[in-house]
Design a protein around this ligand. Structure first.
Ligand code: BT5
Length: 270
């Protein structure tokens, strides 16, 4: 394993969740940079209580423990750092260049290749003063495209050949090293936000934003300097801190893309 700065990769045949495992480790004070990888998860986590599925031995399931010193409003950038590193790794190892869908998906032709989940424990001991423990997990569909009906794809499906999961992890950790350092400086965070903006396929799309208490539609206009999505609505610009985004279509000429009517959002605009 050559990922600079990630010296300890803990490998497991089965875990309930690599995120859960590393959050527990964080509470026990393990240092930042520890990586957990599992061949199989019995209770893989998605966002908002959803599950992440993957048959044993088919996909990359990994989490890293970060302990950045950064303003709480900028914690989104940890997700960005891992998503960008994952996209780089897919390009380097498989020749596949996904776009990022805000806030946490990697897509190829609107199909989900990978998902990122960041979980925070502000009270976990062991980091530098002012730091917060953030576990960022990523599931990359290497050989299995996700459950039927979920709209996923895999590197195998996209390239027609098997892709080595260890090589992918190695490339991911290598691509994360500088970005991880950048999380600790203002300039580094600005660069990350810029990179995220450049890679974010959500910008320019007509979107439906599902929040815990409703939904609204608009056009994704920008990512602000801390990674919040700025949506233009008929009532003006609105920043979204957290939520699910559905790409309805690209504004202007261009193909219609996936439109999945929300099944979870409560009815009515927010
Ligand atoms: C995510 O959630 O996309 C975050 C996924 C993070 C998984 C990693 S694996 C390593 C680490 N340890 C964990 O326990 N988790 C992280 P979300 O946006 O909520 O997407 C979840 C939804 O995607 C599910 O409700 C399914 O509809 C769908 N789904 C489940 N498994 C999938 C897969 N392998 N590929 C594509 N879609 C999937």
């Amino acid at each position: 394993m050559s990922g600079v700065g990630f010296d300890e990769v803990r490998r497991f045949a089965t875990l309930d969740s690599t995120n859960r495992y590393l959050l527990d480790q964080a509470r026990q004070g393990v240092p930042e940079g520890v990586v957990a990888v599992a061949d199989h998860q019995s209770a893989g986590r998605g966002r908002l209580g959803r599950t992440w599925e993957s048959p044993a031995g088919s996909n990359l399931l990994a989490s890293v423990l970060l302990r950045p010193v950064l303003p709480p409003a900028q914690l989104h950038l940890c997700t960005a750092a891992v998503a960008l590193a994952t996209a780089d790794a897919c390009a380097a190892v498989a020749g596949v260049a996904p776009t990022l869908k805000w806030p946490n998906d990697l897509l190829v032709d609107e199909r989900k290749l990978a998902g990122v989940l960041a979980e925070v424990d502000p009270g976990a001991p062991g980091g530098p003063a002012g730091s917060v423990a953030v576990v960022v997990g990523v599931g990359v569909n290497v050989g299995w495209p996700g459950p039927p009906g979920a709209g996923g794809t895999s590197l195998l499906e996209l390239t027609g050949r098997p892709v080595d999961r260890d090589a992918l992890l190695d490339a991911l950790l290598g691509a994360l090293a500088d970005r991880r350092t950048g999380l600790g400086t203002e300039g580094g965070r600005r660069r990350l936000a810029d990179e995220w903006r450049d890679s974010c396929g959500t910008l320019g799309c007509r979107v439906r934003v599902e929040l815990s208490d409703g939904w609204f539609e608009g056009t994704a206009a920008d990512l602000d300097e801390v990674g919040h999505l700025v949506v233009r609505t008929t009532a003006g610009l609105r920043a979204v801190l957290a939520g699910d985004v559905i790409h309805l279509r690209t504004e202007g000429p261009g193909p219609t893309t996936r439109g999945q009517p929300g099944s979870r959002g409560s009815p009515g605009p927010n």
